[in-house]
Design a binder for this molecule. Structure first.
Ligand SMILES: Nc1ncnc2c1ncn2[C@@H]1O[C@H](COP(=O)(O)OP(=O)(O)O)[C@@H](O)[C@H]1O
Ligand SMILES: [Mg+2]
Ligand SMILES: [Zn+2]
Length: 361
């Protein structure tokens, strides 16, 4: 049988169209991202997000159908390019950073920093290039959580700060610059300025995502920051408790007010998972985060159990997702990271990246 490239590409497209949710399939414009070659039928696909589980499922579900349709087994060659998404801010942009994602919560102590660091590492594990900015000027957590407590930032030729590399991500924090106690006395405008300095004067490598661990609350500092930083999107972390949910709602309202897209909600400390016997208990209630997301028409990115290892691991400077010893605690983060990457793609418009056209004379 003669190999018919066009015909076979159409067969692959038809098969994938049946397996991918229509909304996403349409947006992926696979027509322009897919190439089928006759080297034993290889599907070459370019994806705008890293989602290993989603992709593995798609490959598994389509394998049999494709083999039947094409008359031979198929192999996949997948490449990735995360787009830069459009946002409504006029704030100055760093060309190395494609997308800035703020992790926020109305209330302190809901696990914003724990989620930020583990989510950043999870995104990197899935394949993305990730940076982490500790924006909690008053109580920076990242030096401890990354196991870099005694590390101080250095500069290259006295100008830009070098970010700290740890566990597959790069990070900068006000905690790498000054002693903890020195930041406490800063007032709002100073704190906001210090933060913008750490953001703008760091020598960030090329990043798909910069995760920003925001200070708690929805006060002036958060508002100014949301206005002055070129945020692509924000994630709101909550616990299932009513008080936390009310504050999460305030956070969503604040981002709406300053025209920042909300990528979705994460419910932390969802169910208590006992380290000795594995028994589970919904200490703070259950399902509140999901319900709030539904009411707000926002994506629910996932929930995370309350488990002692999450605390112990960050306290000892080796976040759970980097340690890999508790796979049941790692997988929720990998899933949330995928869900975030896919939802950003689904809900935001990518900027048209400049194409270098070489003039032919
Ligand atoms: N899912 C979880 N299970 C157990 N402990 C957690 C969990 N999430 C956060 N913690 C712990 O709760 C405390 C507050 O978390 P943290 O990330 O510092 O919150 P925030 O940044 O919102 O103030 C920390 O001691 C942290 O280790
Ligand atoms: Mg914190
Ligand atoms: Zn128990």
């Amino acid at each position: 049988m003669l190999f018919n490239k066009k015909n076979n590409e159409q067969k692959v497209l038809d098969c994938l169209a049946r397996l991918i949710e229509p909304e996403l399939f349409e947006k992926l414009t696979l027509q322009s991202r897919l190439t089928v070659t006759n080297k034993g039928t290889e599907i070459s696909l370019s994806l705008p997000f890293y989602a290993p589980t989603w992709l593995a499922q798609l490959q598994q579900d389509s394998a049999q159908q494709l083999t039947t349709l094409l008359g031979q087994e198929v192999s996949w060659k997948v490449s990735y390019k995360v787009p830069t998404y459009e946002h409504k801010k006029v704030a100055k942009r760093n060309n190395n950073i494609k997308n800035i994602i703020a992790v926020s919560s109305g209330k302190g102590g809901v696990g914003k920093s724990t989620v930020s660091v583990n989510l950043a590492i999870a995104l990197a594990k899935n394949g993305a290039k990730v940076g982490l900015l500790d924006a909690d000027i008053y109580g920076p957590s990242m030096p401890t959580m990354l196991g870099e407590k005694s590390t101080k930032s250095t500069t290259v030729d006295g100008k830009l700060l070098q970010p700290i590399s740890a566990h597959g991500i790069v990070c900068n924090s006000i905690g790498f610059l000054i002693e903890d106690k020195d930041a406490m006395v800063w007032r709002g405008p100073m704190a906001s300025k210090a933060l913008q300095q750490v953001l703008n004067e760091t020598d960030w490598p090329a990043l798909d995502y910069l995760i920003v661990d925001m200070p708690p609350g929805t006060g002036d500092i958060q508002l100014t920051m949301s206005q002055n930083v070129a945020l692509t999107s924000a994630i709101v972390v909550t616990t299932p408790q009513d008080v936390a949910l009310i504050d999460a709602q305030k956070g969503i309202t604040m981002f709406d007010k300053v025209d920042v897209n909300v990528a979705g909600l994460i419910e932390n400390m969802s169910v208590y998972s006992c380290a000795s016997c594995g028994h589970q208990e919904a200490i703070f209630g259950t399902g509140g985060g999901k319900k709030l997301a539904e009411n707000q028409g926002l994506p629910f990115l996932g929930d995370l159990p309350l488990h002692i290892s999450y605390r112990e691991d960050t306290d000892t400077g080796y976040p759970t997702v980097a340690r890999d010893v508790h796979s049941h605690l790692v997988s929720p983060y990998l899933t949330i990271a995928e869900s975030l990457a896919i939802n950003l793609y689904k809900n935001l418009k990518a900027t048209i990246e400049q194409i270098n056209i070489t003039e032919v004379k």
